[in-house]
Design a protein around this ligand. Structure first.
Ligand code: NAP
Ligand code: GDP
Length: 323
């Protein structure tokens, strides 16, 4: 899309990934990049995308030529376990409305967001892009997973029936500034950052991590994911999904995550594990070899550095962070 005059609508623009894309685009603009691109970042206050009429109104208002579709009901393991039906229904409605409105408004390209947690539970490792529909997802998040898988079905349908270039990316776990730090619905990194901050304020001597600490995860810093998202929008031209993840060698245990947060927070207490709480999927190790083949020189921010920046952001923005 380089050189064109384009209007890019970012759904979910107020969230973790949306705000990271905004930061990257604002930085680019300062150096004169992205000329001809107008970026619009929308949150749910701009329109409830579960509602078809509100979705249509948003597209009528902004007339996008391109869409980055991030909006979704999103949450960590424990929120998913308690709300599988809501995750399925809300995300099915949002995705059908956004992709249908994109087609009706002649949007030339849409990049939507899947996740490495939607892959089959029983699978061979590393997971790759061809395996999305190969078996049932983990029982903890089947609602979110099936709804996300249907984006790939919609993309193929819009391509086959209407020649549309609607595609998807598959990020691993994401973290960074502007995350959701709520005690009820957050993912593991924002949950531990917030809970450890509260523990420091209360002068606690121990800190409890839920589950055994043994599950493995790949974590991408939101600013790195944002740069890759922008690259996909501009240069990746296939309906097939592409995994946007750190390398397999950078997979870490939840216990190692807790240690990294402890270091970044400067917490001196002891970390203990509550094994009565669920572990979720043991691992979902994904291969980024497709990304590495197409975007050879991309450099990921080291995990500890990204963690320090995220903890610092939380401490500076405690009062306004989503909690
Ligand atoms: P997030 O911080 O929770 O942001 C979600 C965004 O969706 C917010 O902008 C929210 O608007 C918007 N939204 C939710 N329901 C909406 C509705 N009914 N109508 C309009 N907008 C609505 O989530 P995120 O982590 O940035 O996730 C972005 C995308 O990445 C999602 O598609 C998610 O599935 C995917 N993803 C996330 C992770 C992760 O670890 N976080 C991993 C893999 C994939 P408000 O701010 O107004 O609520
Ligand atoms: P997932 O990667 O999709 O499973 O989702 P999460 O980001 O919620 O990570 C879940 C993993 O972190 C599980 O192994 C949990 O047992 C572990 N975990 C440890 N403490 C917490 C916590 O306070 N909140 C959450 N969400 N997960 C935690």
């Amino acid at each position: 899309m380089s050189g064109e005059n384009s209007t890019i609508l970012v759904t979910g623009g107020s969230g973790l990934v949306g705000q990271a894309i905004k930061t990257v685009i604002d930085e680019e603009k300062k150096s004169g990049l992205g000329a001809g691109e107008t970026w619009i970042f929308c949150g749910s206050k701009d329109g409830d995308l579960r509602d078809r009429a509100q979705t249509e109104a948003l597209f009528d208002k902004h007339k996008p030529t391109h869409v980055v579709h991030l909006a979704a009901m999103v949450g960590g393991l424990f929120h998913n376990m308690a709300h599988n039906l809501d995750f399925f229904r809300e995300n099915m409605a949002i995705n059908d409305n956004v992709l249908n409105a994109s087609h009706k408004h002649n949007v030339s390209k849409v990049v939507s967001c899947l996740s490495t947690c939607i892959f089959p539970d029983k699978v061979t490792y590393p997971i790759d892009e061809t395996m999305i529909h190969n078996g049932p997802p983990h029982s903890s998040n089947y609602g979110y997973s099936y709804a996300k898988r249907m984006i790939d079905v919609l993309n193929r349908g819009y391509s086959e029936q209407h020649g549309r270039s609607y595609t998807s990316v598959v990020p691993c776990n994401v973290f960074g500034p502007h995350d959701n730090f709520s005690l009820q619905s957050s993912h593991v990194i924002p949950a531990l950052i917030r809970r450890m901050d509260d523990a420091i304020v209360s002068g606690d001597k121990t800190f409890t991590v839920w589950g055994s600490g043994k599950p493995l995860r790949q974590f991408i810093y939101s600013l790195d994911l944002a740069r890759l998202f922008v690259w996909v929008l501009r240069y990746y031209d296939s309906v097939d999904p592409i995994i946007l993840s750190v390398d397999e060698k950078d997979e870490v245990t939840i216990s190692e995550v807790a240690e990294a947060i402890k270091k970044a927070h400067g917490f001196h207490g002891e970390i203990v594990f509550d094994t009565s709480k669920a572990d979720g999927q043991y691992k979902k190790t994904a291969s980024n070899s497709k990304l590495r083949a197409l975007h050879k020189d991309f450099e990921f921010t080291p995990f500890d550095e990204a963690m320090r920046a995220t903890v610092a952001w939380y401490k500076e923005n405690r009062a306004v962070a989503r909690k």
